[in-house]
Design a protein around this ligand. Structure first.
Ligand code: 5GP
Length: 193
């Protein structure tokens, strides 16, 4: 998505350990108009699949998932929870996820009430690195006997293994931008959808 590449070029900041910061529009401050453009693009990319629910993970996936849902007929958005909370039902589907940015493993949970057998689920997230977050969500969808209709990622870091793992698994994966860094730590954009 050309607009996203321009946005990353002008606002993205590379920090240590191969982490791209896009907190001016996606991860901290939100550019709602721009999120709408990305939501429309996800609809274009997944226009041929039936979606009954969008699944993401708190916190950074929630904004793009909610905006995108409007272009998929306002399907419900469920976000996997990372923290224990009295607000969460006791009966949950769980999966373990290793966090790239925090360097530790945590549990993600979705109430059984909100992920149902037969749901056709579009998984959306902000970043794809090694694929742990996405694989955790896929695990939850499968535990619920629902179907993964597709995975949509805003920024795929194509030098990390997640994209290849998911494509080899046959997942219908679309990323709005695919990036890597050159030897001078500048961003290079790879072919994307
Ligand atoms: P994965 O589970 O694919 O290894 O990593 C994806 C998760 O880690 C995303 O949900 C995102 O929160 C975080 N993440 C991974 N790489 C980056 C990065 O370069 N920048 C930011 N902002 N988050 C990242």
């Amino acid at each position: 998505m050309k607009l996203l590449e321009e946005k990353i070029r002008s606002e993205g900041r590379i920090s240590e350990g191969g982490v791209l910061k896009v907190d001016s529009f996606l991860n901290h401050q939100l550019d709602v108009e721009f999120l709408n453009e990305m939501g429309k693009e996800f609809k274009r990319l997944f226009s041929d699949v039936e979606i009954t629910k969008i699944l993401t993970i708190e916190a950074s996936g929630i904004a793009i998932a909610s905006i995108a849902a409007q272009y998929f007929g306002n399907v419900p958005v469920v976000f996997a929870k990372k923290t224990e909370s009295k607000n969460l039902d006791a009966d949950t589907y769980d999966s373990d996820v290793f966090s790239f940015t925090k360097g530790k493993t945590y549990k993600i949970k979705v109430s059984k009430r909100y992920m149902n057998k037969g749901d056709k689920v579009l998984i959306l997230d902000d970043f794809l690195a090694n694929g742990f977050a996405t694989l955790g969500m896929i695990d939850i969808v499968k535990k619920a006997e629902a179907e993964v209709a597709g995975v949509g990622i805003v920024i795929e870091k194509s030098f990390q293994s997640g994209g290849n793992i998911l494509r080899e698994l046959g997942v219908n994966l679309h990323s709005l931008a695919r990036i890597e860094f050159d030897e001078k730590n500048q961003i290079i954009f790879n072919e994307n959808d």
